[in-house]
Design a protein. Structure first.
Length: 109
């Protein structure tokens, strides 16, 4: 048995959770927040048999997209109140980070 911990963007959660449920794969959802961009993320906890790990990974791949976003970096430190506007920077966001962990036992209480 494996525990998959998938950190995905909030925009991708609805379609992925619906598809996991259609495949009779249970999922627990926890809200989380990213560190670099302070974006809303969702962390999914999924427990499946070893044989279904690749199926879950394929569903994550097909529903979690990488996007391009422009963010404004922190303004540079200026002396005596001077202000230098910074140029937005293009970054890649989205996709998924998935951790696969061995599970010795699962209990439903």
């Amino acid at each position: 048995m494996k525990l998959l911990i998938a950190v995905i963007q909030r925009q991708d959660e609805g379609g992925l959770i619906k598809e996991l449920n259609n495949h009779r794969i249970g999922v627990t959802r926890v809200s989380s927040q990213g560190g670099f961009l302070r974006e809303g993320n969702v962390t999914l906890f999924i427990v499946v048999d070893d044989a279904r790990v690749e199926e879950v990974l394929q569903l994550v791949r097909s529903h979690c997209y990488t996007r391009t976003k422009f963010v404004a970096p922190l303004p540079p430190i200026a002396e005596s109140g001077e202000f230098y506007p910074s140029t937005p920077v293009e970054v890649q966001v989205g996709g998924a980070s998935v951790f696969v962990i061995n599970v010795a036992e699962q209990a439903r209480l």
